[in-house]
Design a protein around this ligand. Structure first.
Ligand code: G4P
Length: 279
């Protein structure tokens, strides 16, 4: 399968981010907990040199909790602060502020030694499209915060959202682009819905999903669709179409319908909490 991206947007987004990063202390990087590595762009490590780092593993409500724990350990070992999150829920946002303060404690300490009191930590959210950047900013901002506009010493036109005395967040997130290092990365991004379905072959995608599920989550397909897992992917899709009565006008079995059903039920969590890659 071929995946496409748009280099023009990439260059502009990157330049914008380089500018924004100069203004902040902490990078809040959002990844999708179902594919924590494939939904990252490691370029951010270079862009964000010398910045404090926090990774939010978002959509953890859809991810396998065991895998999320493994990934948390994996990133922590590399020196990132990590929080697993469902950005749609306002619960857990207090923990984010605590973790931001913890991640930036060196800076806070440095300020204190210099006699600077109450200088807020400045942060920005970054991530590839669709990982939940806007949802997170909205949930985190909630109602009880003041938007602050231009301030002396801060680039014009930037909006900051202020949280109490301690944190200021740039209100527009930085957009990273996925990195298609290999076919599997593209495949995983397609499966979670990060790539427009119009440019994908969903039949093919569903066969890949069946293969992944059979290997890593045996029993899931059987439980949901009453199918035998010990058969070829195409035959299994055929059985799903049959058992779910996926038929087209002429009452013929419609594989594409079955393929879309399967992909949708994976994406919305109906198949259970599933992570597509392990550390
Ligand atoms: P972005 O700014 O990074 O591009 O992502 P955005 O916040 O627009 O979120 C993309 C989609 O992911 C939204 O769904 C949003 O509701 C959903 N989402 C964000 N965080 C979470 C999470 O923690 N768990 C789950 N399950 N979903 C999350 P949408 O289909 O585009 O819109 P809608 O379903 O909200 O109408």
């Amino acid at each position: 399968m071929n995946f496409q991206w748009y280099p023009g947007h990439m260059t502009k987004a990157k330049r914008q981010m380089q500018e924004d990063i100069k203004l902040i202390d902490l990078i809040i990087e959002i990844v999708d907990a179902r594919i924590p590595l494939s939904s990252r762009n490691p370029d951010i490590d270079q862009l964000g040199q010398n910045k404090f780092r926090l990774i939010l593993m978002n959509k953890s409500d859809l991810a396998d909790p065991t895998a999320t724990r493994e990934w948390t350990g994996f990133f922590q070992e590399k020196g990132y602060f990590v929080v697993a999150l469902d950005a749609r829920s306002k619960a857990g946002m207090k923990q984010i502020t605590d973790t931001i303060m913890e991640a930036c404690k060196e800076k806070i300490e440095r300020d204190r030694k210099r006699g600077i009191k109450n200088r807020p930590v400045r942060a920005m959210v970054v991530g590839i499209p669709n990982v939940g950047k806007s949802t997170f900013i909205n949930s985190y901002a909630g109602k009880a915060v003041a938007k602050i506009g231009n301030k002396p010493g801060v680039t014009k036109g930037k909006q900051w959202i202020r949280f109490g005395k301690n944190v200021e967040l740039l209100d527009t997130p930085g957009i990273l682009w996925p990195k298609f290092e290999d076919q599997m990365v593209g495949l995983r991004l397609a499966l979670i819905g990060s790539i427009k379905d119009e440019i994908l072959n969903t039949d093919e995608l569903s066969l890949e999903l069946i293969k992944l599920l059979k290997e890593s989550y045996p029993g899931v397909l059987h439980a949901r669709y009453d199918v035998t897992e010990e058969q070829k992917e195409t035959e299994l899709l055929f059985e799903i179409a049959k058992n779910r009565n996926c038929v087209s006008k002429g009452m013929e079995l419609d594989y594409s319908k079955a393929a879309n059903l399967l992909i949708d039920e994976f994406r919305d969590g109906t198949l259970g909490r599933i992570t597509l890659e392990r550390p």
